[in-house]
Design a protein around this ligand. Structure first.
Ligand code: ADP
Ligand code: MG
Length: 679
């Protein structure tokens, strides 16, 4: 088959397209030469002068111009890492994504000439690679937010750069509000807000008309090609397009494909490698590599390795590569036009992961990635009509679409009680704030007066969903602390657990079936974990059972971190040998996840959430999916919206437990079905 494209538009560049060779030469430049060749370098003086004269500065610059890697180093050189008494201060730089934080820190450590984790380090959830020597620290916006809990004035920091502000993530936005406030108390603190796109005026206005520094990047023209017709299967269309480019375009240059998540990337990687193997020496070598949130550090390095002569690299990426990470050498971009987002509906109280069309601003950012080293081409796997009629102009800020429970809890524990009048850049609806307060109250984090309880304080310190924390807090009471910790760690790792090699599908399915526990997925996950631990974390065991070793290794890491946190916060481990452990485990989970209950519908063909009466279905990956007859009531871990609203990771619940654990959360009407069934 063939994907039919029309060339329709050209995004203009500002650069003479003769620099390709020079750009390729870069590979042979010294680190210092590379640093000085970046567009920000010319603005170094101007940047430092403006910082000196102003407390807050907005920096706008093309992606790849050197903002993230260079500006913190400039600040360090200019002495912002030293306090007035000669004390050491940190230059912090936040990133919305974990991979960006680790990848950039790795690069900057190299430029700085130190070991990663020494003068240059990073902190992300469950991982801290920094020490007392660290002066430049990259960290996720969520982690910096947590630092307010122990140090409300962030006194360790001499300067902070809030990077990728245009992404408008929830944590970044709350940070901006809180920082605006502490800037008054700490006149010595310097704040840089960096953003990739042009909506900088909004940030400037928010910070009382702070100055804006514009850094024009190098940009070559990019031809935009749209498909003539809508493509039904964008994965297939993307694969076809990769080969079309590889076979028909003589220009050197690598290909970047934007996909929505790890699963999609892994599937595509497999099928690409298969096709490449089949074609063998008929085509020039095509190297496939990928980048997504959970990719281990070692594997990340692969995308930055120079492509060998005469071959082409294909990078499969999530929208991480849109602005957070720059991969040199990309000349072709393939954009299916989708993004995976967490979406919360405050009227139904449902949050789910959804693949949605990306915005036009995102699509243009993606296209721009093709024009960094020379003229490029972008292949959009949708029509021009759809671009102008079906894509939103800008992405919706996260604060307007996600669940606010964790943030509300955090703000309350910082002593910010008047949330309705809090200085948000874009205030969320009062409805969603109230929903969050209600949930926190029902979890026992708030008293009936709306004050934070002891439980609430512990929850705020835990970097996971309060429902999780609640289950964990309750687990020692039931004597199943260790088990809940294991289950939570398994659920907290989003990588794929099972694999099914094409030639051994049946064998794999059989092996997976053996893990399945009658109560559902939570206990199934526990069984896998426990068996793996018993083998002494064996890789061979994983291969024999068609389980991803690397995923379990990450679960182990998460579990260690969670355990350490529990100790620090004082969550006791009173695990003892229990008569009926599975039952106790179920109850502990229910004590936190009671808002996530659904019952079978009257017709028996779907489930209904208790409060909203909206149809939901058991995810095909669940061991309860084809259970006959279906369970009457299930608890689910999360909702995923694809063709239907699916419940992923489900557990059977006994009807009589609902009143015991959840009657304070549901109304009499929500629970009417319990009595109806009895009759
Ligand atoms: P910006 O923040 O303005 O988008 P960056 O500072 O991230 O720009 O990137 C500047 C340069 O550093 C780019 O050429 C990019 O390729 C390079 N770079 C960033 N991270 C790495 C890395 N981990 N390995 C190699 N090069 C990197
Ligand atoms: Mg950057």
């Amino acid at each position: 088959q063939y994907v039919d494209f029309d060339q329709n538009e050209v995004i203009k560049g500002n650069e003479d397209p003769l620099n390709v060779e020079e750009e390729m030469e870069k590979k042979r430049m010294t680190i210092l030469e590379v640093r000085e060749s970046l567009p920000v370098f010319k603005f170094k003086q101007q940047f430092l002068e403006t910082v000196q004269e102003n407390q807050v500065l907005i920096v706008v610059g093309e992606t790849g111009s050197g903002k993230t890697t260079q500006l913190p180093q400039y600040l360090d050189e200019a002495g912002y890492s030293k306090g007035t008494e000669g004390n050491k201060l940190i230059i912090g730089c936040t990133q919305p994504r974990r991979v960006a934080a680790t990848s950039v820190a790795t690069r900057v450590a190299e430029e700085y000439g130190c070991k990663l984790g020494e003068q240059v380090g990073y902190t992300i959830r469950f991982e801290d690679k920094s020490n007392e020597n660290t002066v430049i620290k990259y960290l996720t916006d969520g982690m910096l937010l947590r630092e307010f809990l122990n140090d409300p004035e962030l006194s360790k920091y001499g300067a902070l750069m809030i990077d990728e502000a245009h992404e408008r993530t929830l944590s970044t936005e709350i940070l901006l509000s809180l920082l605006k406030d502490i800037c008054q108390a700490r006149s010595d603190l310097k704040l840089i807000v960096a953003s990739a796109t042009i909506n900088a005026t909004k940030f400037s206005e928010f910070f009382n008309n702070a100055p804006i520094l514009n850094i024009p990047g190098r940009r070559f023209p990019v031809e935009i090609h749209y498909t003539k017709n809508p493509e039904a299967n964008y994965i297939q269309a993307a694969i076809t397009t990769i080969f079309q480019i590889h076979l028909t375009q003589d220009l050197p240059g690598d290909i970047l494909v934007f996909l929505t998540g790890q699963d999609e990337i892994e599937t595509m990687e497999e099928s690409l490698n298969e096709s490449v193997a089949k074609l063998g020496s008929q085509i020039k070598p095509l190297l496939v590599c990928s980048i997504y949130a959970n990719l281990p550090n070692e594997a990340q390095a692969k995308i930055f390795e120079p492509t060998p002569k005469n071959s082409r690299k294909v990078v499969l990426a999530t929208n991480i590569a849109e602005t957070s990470i720059t991969i040199d050498g990309i000349a072709y971009v393939i954009d299916p036009g989708y993004v995976k987002q967490n979406v919360f509906n405050s009227s139904t109280g449902m949050e789910s992961l959804v693949v949605v069309p990306c915005s036009r601003a995102s699509a243009d950012q993606r296209a721009g990635r093709a024009g960094r080293v020379g003229p490029g081409k972008c292949f959009r796997l949708y029509t021009k009509w759809s671009f102008y009629n079906e894509l939103e102009l800008n992405p919706v800020p996260e604060i307007l679409r996600v669940k606010l429970t964790s943030v509300v809890l955090l703000l309350l524990s910082l002593g910010i009680n008047d949330l309705i009048n809090f200085d948000f850049m874009d205030p969320p609806s009062s409805e969603s704030i109230i929903k969050a307060l209600e949930l926190l109250y029902s979890l026992g984090a708030l008293s009936s007066l709306g004050e934070l309880t002891k439980v609430g304080r512990k929850m705020a310190e835990f970097p996971i969903d309060p429902m999780f924390t609640k289950a964990l807090l309750q687990s020692s009471k039931y004597g199943v602390f260790e088990d809940i910790l294991s289950i939570m760690s398994m659920l907290g790792e989003s990588g794929t657990l099972y694999y099914r090699p094409k030639d051994k599908k049946e064998q794999a399915d059989k092996a997976h079936e053996k893990f399945s526990e009658e109560q559902g997925d939570h206990l199934t996950l526990l069984k896998i974990w426990n068996e793996w631990v018993e083998t002494g974390y064996s890789n061979t065991w994983c291969q024999d059972h068609f389980v991803q070793y690397k995923t379990l290794k990450r679960v182990r890491h998460i579990r260690e971190q969670l355990e350490r946190l529990c100790k620090k916060i004082g969550i006791e481990d009173e695990t003892d040998d229990n008569e009926n452990k599975p039952l106790m485990i179920q109850k502990a989970i229910l004590s936190g996840f009671f808002p996530n209950i659904a019952r079978i519908s009257k017709m028996g063909d779907s489930f209904r959430r208790l409060k909203q009466n909206q149809a939901v279905y058991i995810h095909p990956s669940s061991s309860l999916h084809s259970l006959k007859p279906p369970p009457k009531v299930v608890l689910y871990h999360e909702l995923v919206l694809t063709s239907k609203e699916f419940m992923r990771n489900c557990m059977i619940i006994e009807e009589k437990w609902i009143k015991e654990f959840a009657s304070h959360f549901y109304s009499g009407k929500d629970l009417e079905f319990l009595d109806r069934r009895k009759r």
